[in-house]
Design a protein around this ligand. Structure first.
Ligand code: SAM
Length: 258
């Protein structure tokens, strides 16, 4: 990864980007361009695709961050900011939430929600691969439906663990692939047929073909837990929504004496 990949340049037109290696893997500029493109209808699509259940999943992720009044918290790949707003409810006026993302268009939508936040909240540009924050700066760091888009998952997890203080939490909320019928059958039908169809109706078939494919290539819950463990986190996870949603929470271990 070159340092220029971390720069803030605006997204090039999609036609100028190299073709993706496969439908579940996009290079960083392509991921950013895709989210810039879909920012305007991202919230509506989430509600349509999950029948509104996504709000509850984010609430649960915020609970697992175990933050309270006065804490400083980071929401990585914050998108349109809904998980950051959940965290704001928990840290209150004496706390602070930073929601960072590399899609300016997603951040623009997040900022429209900031006045309703129950804590000081800042939505700012940052690449999850090189977070511009000090070691141990936050009581917790969360990522909701963002980790599967990271160009380097290990690096993204290591960065989140780095900026959390010892004893603090790293929470990863992600879609995962259920293995048992009947939900696995329904899931395949929904993600492989219905979601791409909704994407076509919304006018962005590419983005909503990428979604199911990015879920398929994401590590299973056990593998993800092992990756988080390697970042210095004691990890537990819960599966919910019949095994479609995985919530991983890692507690940062104290630094080992050198
Ligand atoms: C599916 S959206 C999730 C948004 C939000 N967290 C939520 O709960 O709905 C994924 C977000 O991850 C962001 N993202 C992906 N890779 C990123 C990176 N390397 N650095 C910062 N943001 C990133 C995208 O721009 C997008 O806003």
């Amino acid at each position: 990864m070159t340092s220029s990949s971390f720069s803030r340049s605006s997204s090039p037109p999609i036609s100028q980007l190299p073709p993706p290696a496969d439908k579940g893997t996009l290079q960083e500029p392509q991921v950013r361009a895709m989210f810039d493109r879909i920012a305007g209808f991202y919230d509506v699509m989430n509600s349509v695709m999950t029948a509104g259940l996504h709000h509850g999943w984010r609430r649960r992720a915020a609970d697992l961050a175990c933050v309270g009044p006065g804490d400083r918290v980071l929401d990585v790949a914050t998108g349109t900011g809904d998980l950051a707003l959940e965290l704001a409810r928990r840290v209150g006026e004496g706390g602070e939430v930073i929601g960072s993302d590399f899609s300016e268009q997603m951040l623009t939508h997040a900022r429209t929600k900031a006045p309703a936040a129950q804590a000081p909240i800042t939505f700012e540009w940052a690449n999850a691969m090189a977070l511009p924050y000090a070691d141990g700066e936050f009581a917790a760091a969360t990522v909701g439906f963002g980790a599967r888009n990271f160009s380097d998952l290990d690096l993204g997890l290591a960065e989140m663990a780095r900026v959390v203080r010892p004893g603090g939490k790293v929470v990863v909320l992600e879609i995962t692939t259920p293995t048992r019928p009947p939900l696995s059958t329904f899931y395949r039908l929904w993600f492989d047929r219905v979601v791409p169809l909704i994407g076509r109706v919304a006018g962005d078939p590419e983005a909503y073909e990428y979604l199911p494919n990015s879920v398929k290539r994401f590590p299973d819950p056990r593998e993800l837990a092992a990756k988080m463990d390697r970042c210095g986190l004691d990890v537990r996870y819960v599966l919910t929504a019949g095994g479609i949603i995985a919530l991983h929470v890692g507690t940062r271990r104290p630094a080992e004496p050198s």
